[in-house]
Design a protein around this ligand. Structure first.
Ligand code: M6R
Length: 613
């Protein structure tokens, strides 16, 4: 939540780059934004409630165009409503510094009282403003900016990524991390920082990820890393292979639509290079995925949030049925506070697109403390989840910008399938022939995904979505492997179309929720051939008997025939049906939201990366 950027150069102007950096990071929060630059030795701050375009209007006078050092922020409010006053950067009233922050300062009330007692005046409701006063107080005591930041941070509890800019003859730029991500990079002329590597790609692909408790001092052409005590830290830069083009919309109306369309390519990137066709097996990089390691496992504990948790449900079905290994699964936010008891030989499997989700990270750390082997399925190579896992399956989905996760989900499901095969082969419960058959079917999935993205299907899904644009509530039902797909379809609709949509295990309807069905209510049922297809057909009958309007998605022909409306998906094996069935549901949510005039890539109240609890 919240995106921060910063730049300092020897000769180049920074303002335009800061604004472009904020544009790339807007997915992290977009209720207000702002920049601060050093202008003739003094700090100039411009900030505004609303989207980046509002800030751009403020900056259009060109007054700050020549600045060579600055910071920027795009906000997802935690403390204090979205307003001009609460927008970052914040200062201490001295005109000497500006500070941007992502995270939460838990003891801010106590610190605020202490600082107010000294006569310091606060102008916002944010927790962040105490940080700018703490740093300002230390600067006034004659400390350097880096020392002032260290001294200020010694007083706070909570978590943060901050960037602080000071003015004067020589501007200084310092950033620090405890929790939310922060990446820095230097070129011959400048040095840059951002919450996400995407903000640095226009300048450099060689970046350094800060770890918790680290401070970076940025100067034109150089970076200096220290810990909170000031001891130097040496860390080589890491080369990033994403490019800026991958993060653009590439001709699509929305990032979400582009990302839905990328899924066939993502399948290939996640899976194809890892398939060992002649052995019916899979090879992973990043950690010890050897037979010996995997044979020592007795259980898997999945921890994840939101869409990634839905991928975790699919992983449970796949690992239990293909690898015969018991799998437990929990919301990361519940797992971390419920005193979990882990069996010996547990793999803690964190699933996360960003690798920075606070709850997922905390759950992974807790599982590790409890003796589990920490592993992950993740999309972002240098992310905290990856760095704290002993083994990772990188999904290689490329940057996902749309707040509603789509391609990251299908990549997580595909990675889970590969993991199930690897576990099955390592544990000797899946023979070479069976492994080969599963992997061959995975290879055949790509043209089937492409078929689902052909214009006729899109038009068909769009027409159905528009026909139901005024419905006030939806059910999404599925069983077995397609139960999590029903959950995911409902989540997509809720988050971008703001309509109540409930995902439910179809067999559970008769235990209460069926009472909600009124004549004409749209009920999306996901069903493909497999061990529960007949059961789902009975559930369709039950819903229809109560007047529900059934929209069937899947490859089960009898179910499609029973339904009032239908979206057929290509046939595949049951284990892979979720990868196909989710696509029409993503498109359904997209077209529904489009018809209702919603802001698809930036839905209200949400942010892409949830780095607070
Ligand atoms: O980055 P992560 O995969 O850890 O994020 C987890 C959830 O916050 C995320 O999947 C969220 O539910 C998406 N907005 C869903 O579209």
């Amino acid at each position: 939540m919240c995106g921060i950027v910063g730049a300092i150069t020897r000769s180049g102007a920074v303002l335009e780059g800061l604004v472009e950096g904020l544009r790339v990071l807007e997915y992290r929060g977009y209720d207000s934004c702002g920049v601060a630059v050093v202008d003739g030795g003094a700090i100039a701050i411009r900030r505004k409630v609303g989207r980046l375009s509002e800030l751009e209007k403020l900056l259009s006078d060109g007054a700050l165009n020549g600045a060579r050092a600055g910071v920027g922020h795009t906000r997802w409010a935690t403390h204090g409503k979205p307003s001009d006053e609460n927008a970052h950067p914040h200062s201490d009233g001295s005109g000497r510094l500006a500070l941007v922050h992502n995270g939460i300062i838990e003891n801010y009330l106590e610190l605020r009282r202490e600082l107010q007692a000294e006569g310091r005046v606060f102008t916002s409701e944010t927790d962040t403003e105490v940080l700018s006063h703490l740093v300002g107080r230390e600067l006034a005591r004659g400390r350097s900016l880096a020392d002032a930041v260290r001294a200020a941070l010694a007083r706070v509890s909570g978590y943060y990524a901050i960037a602080v800019l000071s003015g004067g003859d020589t501007p200084h730029l310092v950033c620090a991390r405890q929790g939310p991500p922060l990446v820095v990079g230097a070129t011959a002329d400048g040095a840059y920082l951002g919450s996400d590597v995407l903000a640095l790609l226009p300048y450099t692909r060689d970046v350094v990820y800060l770890e918790d408790g680290e401070v970076a001092e940025l100067a034109p052409g150089s970076l200096r890393l220290t810990n909170l005590a000031g001891a130097p830290i040496a860390r080589a830069a890491r080369r990033i292979d994403w490019d800026a083009e991958q993060a653009s919309k590439g001709g699509f109306a929305h990032h979400m639509l582009k990302e839905i369309h990328e899924q066939p390519d993502v399948l290939a990137r996640t899976a194809f290079d890892r398939i060992l066709s002649t052995r019916g097996d899979v090879a992973f990089e990043h950690g010890d995925w050897s037979d010996a390691r995997l044979r020592s496992l007795e259980r898997v504990q999945v921890v994840a949030c939101g869409t990634a948790l839905h991928a975790g449900y699919v992983a449970r079905y796949l690992i239990e049925s293909i690898a015969r290994l018991p799998v437990d699964l929990d919301f990361a936010s519940e797992f971390r506070y419920r005193d979990p008891q882990l069996a010996r030989g547990t793999m803690a499997l964190a699933i996360s697109q960003s690798g920075e989700t606070a709850d997922t990270l905390a759950a992974l750390r807790l599982a590790r403390q409890l003796g589990a082997w920490p592993a992950s399925i993740c999309n972002v190579i240098g992310s905290t989840v990856v760095r704290e896992s002993e083994a990772t399956i990188l999904t290689h989905a490329g940057p996902e910008i749309g707040v509603a996760s789509t391609k990251a989900f299908s990549a997580q499901v595909v990675a889970s399938f590969l993991l199930a095969v690897r576990l099955g082969r390592a544990r000797g419960v899946l023979d070479e022939r069976a492994g080969t058959a599963l992997l061959d079917e995975l290879r055949r999935l790509r043209p089937r995904m492409e078929a689902l993205l052909a214009s006729e299907t899109i038009e068909q899904v769009g027409a159905i979505a528009r026909a139901h644009q005024n419905a006030t509530g939806f059910f999404f039902l599925g069983r077995g492997l397609n139960f999590p797909i029903a959950l995911e379809g409902a989540l997509k609709l809720k988050e971008i179309s703001y309509v109540h949509a409930e995902g439910y295990a179809a067999g559970e309807m008769k235990h209460g929720p069926i009472a909600l069905i009124s004549p004409g209510m749209p009920i999306v049922v996901v069903n493909s051939p497999g061990r529960v297809d007949e059961k789902v057909r009975s559930n369709i009958e039950q819903v229809k008997a109560r007047g529900g309007h059934v929209i069937c998605v899947g490859a089960d022909q009898p179910s499609l025939a029973l339904a009032d409306e239908r979206i057929a998906t290509p046939a595949t094996i049951e284990a892979l049906s979720p990868v196909l069935n989710v696509i029409p549901l993503q498109l359904f949510a997209y077209h529904h939201a489009l018809a209702r005039g919603c802001d698809i890539d930036k839905p209200r109240n949400l942010a892409k990366s949830v780095t607070v609890e």
